[in-house]
Design a protein around this ligand. Structure first.
Ligand SMILES: Cc1cc2nc3c(=O)[nH]c(=O)nc-3n(C[C@H](O)[C@H](O)[C@H](O)COP(=O)(O)OP(=O)(O)OC[C@H]3O[C@@H](n4cnc5c(N)ncnc54)[C@H](O)[C@@H]3O)c2cc1C
Length: 367
């Protein structure tokens, strides 16, 4: 049985403003949803590929899956180049059918992905038991996945960039923006003005006024991390795990033998209401884990809540919109915000230097 929670946090997304009363948009670097993330790196976006094909067409859907897959290895290369792995590890990913009724959709998913060159195995009940001692009707085993400490990656990137001349001003809230003929002006809460030729908005779940709130539905999500376990069997550490049920339960382990569990999403983003549920939600998450692996005792170290956003097709919004001339957006909404951020960085670099990028349409605001 899990011990009583020793501590629980409500980590901000900045919308939450719940970490400390004074900490909101003018927070320190990396304390948005990046500090709440569970750090799973998956190419599977929130919408299964066979459904995404129906929404955006086969070409764009397949391309978006391939982009996210390439992003995992791109992030691996990046942390090697930075000289700090930021706990990056390659992993496999196990997508469990939550009930028998979901097996058919797993089969469809298996065929569309393998037909498009993605390495995958479809495990039936017996194989799943043999490999993982898990009692589920079926699962997809993906060979391309990873995990990372995204907060550390953020600081490692910023350190490297500031060594190359980047100036960082945290605790500085931008309250207004004006587009001029040849430049854009940002205004801070203290009425300082910043002029630039181009601006990149990478402001998490704070939706810039004018973009339209309908591009994303904000939700609350919950997570728990255990204290380090003495040892964890390979069947637990080998894969990131998640399931077909929505909202889904997901988990991974860490290099120091902790179990990190997330899910139990709520359809609202009211910070006060969300935060009042953290203890109850984390108990539920631990119970789910213990049902899967009854022989493993978890002691909870921390539990927390955060905001995340869902889009109509599970894809991020990246690029330009005519409502904001000379501005670029990196809005990695959805469960894959980290891989989306990597894709956004490449796309926005190309837009800035005028290099054609074939992926613009996939993540466009007017799609
Ligand atoms: C509990 C949880 C688990 C998650 N798990 C995963 C996962 O396993 N894998 C995955 O890929 N993704 C996951 N995500 C999503 C992922 O964490 C986010 O998509 C990602 O961290 C977003 O990074 P970001 O830099 O775009 O936004 P943020 O980290 O939110 O940073 C945005 C920053 O902009 C600042 N800001 C906003 N508005 C203003 C303003 N007006 N003026 C000045 N500053 C401003 C904020 O203060 C903040 O610091 C998870 C999210 C949550 C909440």
């Amino acid at each position: 049985m899990a011990q009583e929670l020793q501590e629980h946090w409500s980590l901000t997304t900045s919308r939450g403003k719940a970490f400390q009363p004074s900490l909101s948009i003018d927070a320190r670097v990396g304390t948005g949803s990046t500090s709440a993330t569970t750090g799973l790196l998956q190419y599977e976006v929130d919408t299964p590929l066979f459904e995404l094909v129906g929404m955006v067409g086969e070409k764009k859907a397949v391309r978006s899956y391939h982009l996210c897959l390439e992003a995992i290895y791109g992030i691996e290369q990046l942390v090697h180049d930075l000289g700090d792995l930021c706990d990056f590890e390659r992993k496999q990913s196990l997508y469990l059918a939550s009930c028998r009724g979901d097996v058919e959709s797993l089969q469809r998913e298996y065929s569309v992905r393998t037909r498009n060159g993605i390495r995958l195995e479809l495990l039936g009940r017996e194989a799943l038991w043999e490999c993982f001692e898990l009692d589920y009707p079926a699962a997809l085993l993906s060979f391309d996945a990873g995990q990372i400490d995204a907060y550390r990656l953020t600081h490692t990137l910023l350190r490297a960039a500031s060594n190359s001349g980047l100036e960082i001003y945290d605790q500085t809230e931008i309250t207004d923006h004006r587009s001029g003929k040849e430049s854009v002006e940002l205004v801070t809460k203290e009425q300082h003005r910043i002029k630039a030729r181009k601006i990149v908005f990478a402001n998490g779940y704070e939706i810039p006024a004018g973009l339209g709130k309908d591009i994303v539905r904000l939700k609350s999500t919950y997570a728990v991390v255990s204290t380090p376990c003495e040892s964890l069997p390979e069947k637990v550490t080998r894969c990131l795990m998640w399931e077909t049920a929505r909202p889904y339960f997901y988990m991974r382990t860490t290099q120091d033998n902790r179990v990190l569990i997330g899910g139990e999403d709520d359809d609202f983003d009211n910070a006060k209401r969300r935060d009042s549920r953290v203890v109850r939600k984390s108990r539920k998450l631990v119970k789910r884990f213990e049902k899967m692996f009854p022989e493993i005792d978890l002691n909870v170290a921390y539990s927390w809540a955060g905001t995340f956003g869902e889009t109509k097709d599970g894809l991020a919004y990246i690029g330009e919109t005519e409502k904001y001339p000379d501005c670029y957006f990196a809005l990695g909404y959805g469960g894959n915000g980290i891989t989306y951020s990597f894709i956004a960085a490449q796309m926005i670099r190309d837009l800035c230097i005028g290099r054609p990028n074939p992926n613009i349409e996939i993540f466009a605001f007017d799609r």
